[in-house]
Design a protein. Structure first.
Lengths: 111, 114
């Protein structure tokens, strides 16, 4: 069963626009991570936010975490065509050393 | 560092054949994970190792699947006998620590079972 569920499943925007992806999860977590996967490639880690953090930034990425709602969002500002990829949230399982990945959001950024 | 290395990158085999996928984790990483990715089921954790010891294999689909890690720099995932429903992309990932650490993924092995 999947711990994290992203929405939307797919997002199509123009270059320069912001892209927001959401992730909801079911059980308590220690941290939540976001990964990107380009077509035909492995996943690449983007950012990790711990359960006691509410917001984190990395370059054009902004991640928020609301543990009361069991949800997180990933915002990509000023998107570029190179941001076209699938984005996955991953949660730990509160004490076990493994991550559970959501189904992902497919982002298409058009020039 | 070269990153996580997987081989082969592509494998096409016939139903009933044995398939062996290989992974070399990043040096110094104590955790190794095997995942399977399909359109229908997404990314599934099959098994993970800590210091070469299998910790959780609850994701292994059935007895046809087995994984080993004979030393810190090598792991194999074997499917015997293979079936068409095993067709997927198999990823190996490694991390320095457990769930609080970044996982580094290999490029994957695309397996097609005819």
């Amino acid at each position: 069963s999947q711990q994290g569920e992203e929405d939307p499943q797919a997002l199509s925007i123009q270059e320069g626009e912001n892209a927001t992806m959401n992730c909801s999860y079911k059980t308590s977590i220690n941290n939540l991570q976001w990964y990107r996967q380009n077509s035909g490639r492995g996943l690449v880690h983007l950012i990790l936010i711990r359960s006691n953090e509410r917001e984190k930034h990395s370059g054009r990425l902004r991640v928020t975490l609301d543990t009361s709602k069991k949800s997180s969002s990933l915002l990509i500002t000023a998107s570029r065509a190179a941001d076209t990829a699938s984005y996955f949230c991953a949660t730990d399982t509160g004490g076990y050393n493994k991550l559970i990945f959501g189904a992902g959001t497919r982002l298409a950024v058009h020039p | 560092d070269a990153g996580v290395i997987q081989s082969p990158r592509h494998e096409v085999t016939e139903m009933g054949q044995e398939v062996t996928l290989r992974c070399k984790p990043i040096s110094g990483h104590d955790y190794l994970f095997w995942y399977r990715q399909t359109m229908m089921r997404g990314l599934e954790l099959l098994i993970y190792f800590n210091n070469n010891v299998p910790i959780d294999d609850s994701g292994m689909p059935e007895d046809r699947f087995s994984a080993k890690m004979p030393n810190a720099s090598f792991s194999t995932l074997k499917i015997q006998p293979s079936e068409p429903r095993d067709s997927a992309v198999y990823f190996c990932a490694s991390s320095r620590g457990g769930n609080t650490d970044t996982q580094y993924f290999g490029p994957g092995t695309r397996l097609t079972v005819l």
